[in-house]
Design a protein around this ligand. Structure first.
Ligand SMILES: *[C@@H]1O[C@H](CO)[C@@H](O)[C@H](O)[C@H]1NC(C)=O
Ligand SMILES: *[C@@H]1O[C@H](CO)[C@@H](O)[C@H](O)[C@H]1NC(C)=O
Ligand SMILES: *[C@@H]1O[C@H](CO)[C@@H](O)[C@H](O)[C@H]1NC(C)=O
Ligand SMILES: *[C@@H]1O[C@H](CO)[C@@H](O)[C@H](O)[C@H]1NC(C)=O
Ligand SMILES: *[C@@H]1O[C@H](CO)[C@@H](O)[C@H](O)[C@H]1NC(C)=O
Length: 391
């Protein structure tokens, strides 16, 4: 059967066309829609840069009651590194496909001013029930460090991959506990000589005033013990916050620059010594009785607690897979289907900003604001069609 033909039934004046056009415009600039990582060719940050990344992972520790439990501290140095994971969460593929539990110790003397033996133990990494009043999550991930009789027990998680090259790393976290520890989130590329280490970090010293943050492109000191002031930016938490409160800490490592954010506010930027080569991702809580950490009083403890971790990144390991996924296009910013993890209504799940591979085109401007990509001529044609003028 033939569809009924449109009949021009109304005389359409120019002014009503203008009216229709202005009504059509907001439709073209619709909100970005929730999508899935499998649909995303790349991820663009809300930072006014045209930098984009090819991959995305989200680790959510907020609703893991089935794994929650605080393990007793292992008091024995020898038994610490080989301790079993504290729950099945840390043996599941979600975790092991990305993270490793650190078990190294400081017997290598890497920090010459250390006065205490420090040993990392998988036993200090666990899922904990959130018992605060009106909790903002059921559970969170905890990294624990405690001063014991003859050593400091510590916690570190490391990405299994050492091939990250540029990323935007975020965690919703807080640091609580006694003075004398460091909690940190950083990228790391080791080297034989201190001067060749590449590292961009956020560090919190629990001995500091509770609003002070340290941002550094390491090394921040020389073999001779001199401070390299350009490497570090010390700053206070914005909005009157201190680091015992939950906040979203973000670090963007882009070519030649490291940028740090707290709760969507940019708080520091350092170009000096920005990492250049493939690195891994590390979070830790530790102390060695040296000048930087200070001494922790015996049996005191400090904790880095994390509700979720998110990273958008490029990896040289995944480069082949990524270029297949991206499908380059001349002048289109190199990405056909662009997503954002910033503008999403559902944390951890991306939204689609535009998809040049699909019928309806949306483009994003440098500020990450959606703009209509549909050319005005197309809108006009649509309006004419819908009013029957073009039949
Ligand atoms: C991005 O650009 C807008 C408009 O120029 C400006 O208001 C905003 O502060 C910028 N944001 C950043 C993170 O630079
Ligand atoms: C990430 O990788 C893609 C694909 O190789 C590249 O086009 C893009 O510029 C890279 N991003 C950064 C920040 O280097
Ligand atoms: C400390 O690390 C060294 C080097 O990896 C290792 O040989 C030693 O057994 C470790 N000590 C403990 C107590 O785990
Ligand atoms: C940052 O703070 C640390 C420790 O308080 C201090 O040693 C260092 O000199 C400061 N660096 C800068 C650049 O202010
Ligand atoms: C930590 O304590 C040891 C001795 O217990 C001492 O030698 C060292 O100087 C102290 N470190 C700091 C930073 O106070």
């Amino acid at each position: 059967m033939e569809p009924p033909k449109r009949i021009l039934s109304l005389p359409v004046s120019l002014s009503s066309l203008v009216l229709l056009l202005s009504a059509a415009a907001p439709l073209a600039a619709a909100e970005p829609t929730l999508t899935d990582d499998s649909q995303c060719g790349c991820y663009i940050n809300n930072d006014n840069s045209s930098t984009y990344f090819t991959d995305h992972r989200f680790f959510d520790f907020r609703s893991l009651s089935q794994y929650a439990g605080v393990p007793a501290v292992i008091q024995d140095l020898q038994a610490s590194p080989g301790a079993a994971p504290t729950s099945d969460y840390f043996t599941g593929t979600e975790w092991t496909s990305f993270w490793m539990l650190g078990s190294w110790n400081n017997s290598n003397g890497a920090r010459s001013d250390a006065t205490v033996t420090m040993a990392n133990s998988p036993n200090n990494i666990y899922i904990e029930a959130n018992t605060e009043a009106n909790p903002s999550s059921q559970t969170y991930l905890t990294l624990r460090t405690q001063r014991l009789n003859d050593f400091q027990t510590a916690a570190e998680i490391e990405s299994a991959s050492t091939s990250f090259k540029y990323l935007s790393l975020r965690m919703r976290a807080r640091t609580v506990g006694a003075a004398g520890a460091i909690t940190a989130m950083f990228t790391y590329r080791g080297a034989d000589a201190l001067a060749n280490i590449q590292e961009a970090d956020l560090e919190i010293r629990t001995a500091d005033p509770r609003n002070l943050l340290h941002y550094t492109n390491q090394p921040a000191y020389t073999d001779g013990g001199d401070v390299v002031p350009e490497a570090t930016h010390n700053t206070t938490m914005p909005g009157g916050l201190d680091w015992t409160a939950w906040a979203t800490h973000r670090m963007d490592w882009t070519p030649g620059l490291t940028t740090w954010w707290v709760d969507d506010e940019m708080v520091a930027q350092i170009a000096f010594q920005a990492p250049r080569d493939e690195s891994n991702i590390i979070l830790n809580a530790w102390s060695d009785g040296g000048k930087w950490t200070g001494n922790m009083t015996k049996f005191d403890a400090a904790y880095l607690q994390v509700q979720w971790l998110e990273v958008v990144y490029n990896s040289t390991e995944a480069a082949a897979a990524s270029s297949r996924k991206m499908v380059r296009r001349d002048g289109a910013g190199g990405c056909v289907a662009a997503c954002s993890v910033d503008q999403t209504p559902q944390l951890g799940k991306p939204v689609m900003l535009w998809n040049n591979g699909a019928a309806a085109g949306m483009r994003v401007n440098a500020g990450g604001r959606l703009v209509a990509w549909v050319p005005m001529g197309m809108v006009l044609a649509t309006v004419l069609l819908s009013t029957g003028l073009l039949v």
